[in-house]
Design a protein around this ligand. Structure first.
Ligand code: ADP
Length: 435
């Protein structure tokens, strides 16, 4: 199976847009494809104005779409082309997709970047702004100044100009799942609250832009989203800071995003939230292997990803795809969590409803660490529905010892994996204490 970059290079081999003295393939410095979402980085010194670059990007889109179809892969769903100079600085970004030019990137347009006074914003305000989607690029797209890339860990792909817009955060951990409904958001919430209970400063970003659950799971319904100086202010709840797109859109409307729209919305959530100093930012990703994951990899320097999976074969298959996606996006997979592993009946017996151990075996099979399992627990479901996650940490309100113990074990293992990843990525050094 040829390498992604080779396939995309082949697609560009015969293209020589006007103003270019070499085929586009010779200008390719970086390429990635995941589930029809393609990202290219081109160094084209002779294309020194915006128009020819835009034309070159459109030509590249046609060629890439044809080639993807020929190799029997998924159809092209979105193409991001970044034009860089010899030093890797991004000069221009073109986001294209089928119909993208007719549907310019709508932005959440949270607030004018120049606003300096405090402003209370309701979800209706945000929705109205959302509806008046404009032709402009997202407000955040032009703001970050080029800074030198950092040498360690996962580097944002195709984004040398802004290695980590969240540089006040020590560890960014994405929580993903191949399948919807496996408990990804539930686990993300409990990891965040559990890490905070251990004394860490923790933020939780609801990046599930298709079905945000945090307003319910954290009980945010009565709270308004504040914006100060163009920055979303996280809600301080249950010992953590939280931001969700669910507070910026109409909760009863379906959220339908095209690839480039999803990219813009998620990027703004990342770049226009005022987190301050954090030890951990947990990002609850949408299920699957789509555009938001690619944006994450392009924008942020992640410590790693955690994959949530139930024991069944169908969930495992999707989790393997998610793991492969993170690997292809150069994001370390910190481990797999088996949710809904088993059920404890009123008789105290453990019932393996979905086939306990399935996700653990899958993790072993593909060589990933296993972080632990969480049983099916009625109190966990109820506490999620009422937005009271802290109740999951005391046996009296968690249906017994099993749930708090399971979450505690997860947190400890995850903490360890993060420490290992940090050492591997050069962010911290192992210490040896002699007494
Ligand atoms: P996802 O984010 O993967 O779509 P959610 O976290 O929204 O999944 O979980 C789906 C539903 O399953 C929610 O109602 C949640 O409360 C429930 N749930 C998740 N994990 C468990 C569990 N271990 N025990 C009981 N209910 C759970």
């Amino acid at each position: 199976m040829p390498d992604t970059k080779d396939i995309l290079r082949e697609a560009l081999a015969n293209l020589r847009p006007a103003g270019l003295d070499a085929p586009l393939a010779d200008c390719l410095v970086w390429a990635a494809e995941s589930d029809g979402f393609v990202s290219l980085k081109l160094c084209t010194p002779t294309l020194d104005t915006p128009e020819p670059r835009t034309e070159a990007a459109h030509a590249a889109r046609e060629a890439v779409a044809l080639t993807l179809a020929e190799v029997g892969s998924v159809p092209l769903r979105s193409l991001i082309v970044e034009f860089v100079d010899n030093a890797g600085t991004v000069l221009q970004t073109e986001r294209l997709g089928p119909g993208a030019s007719d549907n310019p990137d709508p932005t959440l347009r949270i607030a004018s970047a120049s606003a300096s006074t405090d402003h209370k914003k309701t979800s209706q305000d945000a929705d109205a702004e959302h509806r008046e989607a404009s032709d402009q690029a997202p407000a955040c797209a032009s703001s970050p100044q080029p800074t030198p890339s950092q040498p360690t860990g996962h580097q944002p792909i195709g984004g040398l100009s802004d290695p980590n817009p969240l540089d006040t955060i020590k560890h960014i951990i994405a929580v993903g799942a191949g399948k919807g409904g496996v408990g990804k958001s539930t686990i993300a919430v409990n990891l965040a609250v559990g890490l905070a209970k251990k004394g860490h400063a923790v933020g939780l970003l609801d990046g599930d832009i298709y079905g945000p659950s945090l307003p319910t799971m954290l009980g945010l319904d009565a709270l308004e989203q504040n914006v100060v100086a163009g920055k979303l202010q996280p809600h301080a709840v249950h010992g953590i800071k939280a931001i969700t797109i669910g507070k910026l859109v109409d909760p009863d409307k379906p959220l339908i995003w095209r690839g480039p729209m999803a990219h813009g919305a998620f990027k703004q959530l990342i770049e226009q939230s005022d987190w301050g100093e954090l030890d951990y930012l947990i990002i609850d990703l949408p299920p699957g292997t789509g555009d938001v994951c690619l944006t994450l990899a392009q924008t942020l320097q992640c410590t790693g990803a955690v994959i949530v999976c139930t024991p069944q074969k169908v969930a495992q298959d999707d989790a393997v795809r998610a793991a492969n996606m993170f690997t292809s996006l150069k994001i370390d997979v910190l481990g797999v969590i088996e949710n809904m592993s088993y059920f404890i009946g009123d008789d105290g017996k453990e019932y393996d409803i979905f086939g306990r151990g399935g996700a653990e075996m899958m993790a072993q099979r593909i060589g990933l660490p296993f972080l632990g399992c969480v049983p099916i627990n009625m109190a966990l479901r109820a506490n999620s529905d009422t937005g009271e996650p802290l109740k999951n940490f005391t046996p009296e309100t968690a249906g017994g010892e099993a749930l708090p113990a399971a979450i505690d074990k997860l947190i400890t293992t995850l903490d360890g994996q993060v420490a290992l990843a940090s050492i591997k990525q050069g962010a911290s050094k192992p210490t040896l204490s002699v007494s």
